[in-house]
Design a protein around this ligand. Structure first.
Ligand code: GTP
Ligand code: MG
Length: 237
């Protein structure tokens, strides 16, 4: 099955070339068919770097995000362009692991899962250089979501997940920001798609600046979680 890696970039001039080259070098050595879809919302020269790379790598697609720019809208642009049967959002700052990408592909292709979720909070996960506050808020938010949705998944908010394309097409995400990962996971679980959660590795960025303020995004996460929970309740009454 062909895999589409969707990589969003916003002002990642230190990572753009490093990430694309690292991903290519790694995936080219695996026995898989793949494409990279880079979706860019930068104004720091990242776009020019990515454009140069498209001449080097034939199976790389480069697209601009749509305005107003957002992590969620960027992923949605990538989903529309993806031609693979497996779709995996992968962060442009190399925080996610390519070994985990291969585990996702294996679980979908060989074990028939519709979705695979990566968890930073289960036994076996390796999290490096994370800031205490962000990690604690994220852990707490995921505990809360687990209770609200009675879910065994310990990392619903993480966007690094793998999906069959046909699943994404039915989930119809609306989140414009970082909460798109949570929206897709919750809607997918409610729709009873077969999924599993595995421990993953996550390393904090070494260069550049984080675009995500965890405190600012909390209202988006809460609103979306309650909206999904209450529409689920209405449907089961
Ligand atoms: N196209 C696009 N990409 C974005 C946008 N916001 C963030 N990104 C990218 O999405 C990825 C994740 O964003 P980060 O800023 O690293 O967010 P984070 O991983 O939660 O934050 P850190 O843990 O501090 O790295 C990075 O590759 C960003 O460049 C956006 O509005 N548009
Ligand atoms: Mg990051």
């Amino acid at each position: 099955m062909k895999t589409s890696l969707i990589i969003p970039f916003k002002n990642e001039k230190y990572y753009a070339a490093l990430t694309i080259r690292t991903v290519y070098a790694y995936l080219s050595k695996q026995a898989i068919e793949f494409e990279i879809i880079a979706v860019d919302d930068s104004d720091d020269g990242t776009w020019d770097i990515l454009q140069t790379l498209t001449h080097e790598y034939p199976n790389m697609i480069l697209a601009k995000g749509v305005q107003p720019a957002g992590y969620g809208t960027a992923l949605q642009v990538g989903f529309q362009l993806a031609t693979g049967e497996i779709i995996i959002p992968f962060n442009g700052d190399l925080s996610d692991s390519l070994d985990d990408v291969m585990s996702y592909i294996h679980l979908i292709e060989k074990q028939g899962y519709s979705m695979v979720f990566g968890s930073r909070f289960m036994q076996g996960a390796k999290v490096e250089n994370v800031t205490g506050l962000k990690n604690n808020i994220s852990w707490l938010a995921n505990k809360f979501l687990q209770l609200l949705f009675i879910s065994p998944c310990s990392d619903i908010t993480n966007s690094f997940k793998g999906y069959r394309k046909e699943v994404l097409q039915t989930l119809n995400p609306s989140a414009k920001g970082y909460h798109i990962g949570m929206e897709l996971a919750l809607k997918g679980m409610i729709s009873q798609y077969r999924y599993t959660t595995i421990p993953i590795s996550w390393t904090n960025r070494r260069y550049g600046r984080s675009k995500m303020s965890v405190l600012k995004v909390i209202p988006d996460y809460l609103l979306m979680a309650f909206k999904i929970r209450f529409s689920q309740r209405k449907n089961t009454l």
